[in-house]
Design a protein around this ligand. Structure first.
Ligand SMILES: [Zn+2]
Length: 87
C-alpha cells in the first residue's frame, strides 16, 4: 500500500516537474519567436520599391503593383503602359 502511495507521489512530482519544464520551454520559445518575428516585420515595413516610371522610392504597401513592376500612382502606371519608361 505504501509502495502505491510512493509511486503516486513520484508520478505527481514527475508530472509537476514536467509541466514546469514545459511551461519554461514554452515561455522561452515564445520570447525567441517574438524576437524573431519583430525583425522581419520591421524589415517588411521598410521594404521600399521603385516606381518604374519616375524612379520614386516608396513603401511596397503604398505602391501599385503591376506584374513585377511597382508604381507610385495609377497615373504613372498608365503612362508606363502607354509610353514605356520615362526617358
Ligand atoms: Zn511614379
Amino acid at each position: 500500500m505504501s509502495l502505491l502511495i510512493i509511486r503516486l507521489l513520484v508520478f505527481v512530482v514527475l508530472f509537476w516537474a514536467g509541466l514546469r519544464l514545459y511551461r519554461m520551454y514554452r515561455q522561452w520559445k515564445l520570447s525567441q519567436d517574438n524576437h524573431d518575428d519583430g525583425q522581419p516585420a520591421e524589415r517588411e515595413a521598410q521594404n521600399m520599391v521603385r516606381c518604374a516610371y519616375c524612379d520614386l522610392h516608396l513603401p511596397e504597401n503604398d505602391a501599385i503593383r503591376h506584374e513585377a513592376l511597382h508604381f507610385c500612382c495609377q497615373e504613372h502606371q498608365q503612362h508606363f503602359l502607354d509610353e514605356g519608361p520615362r526617358k
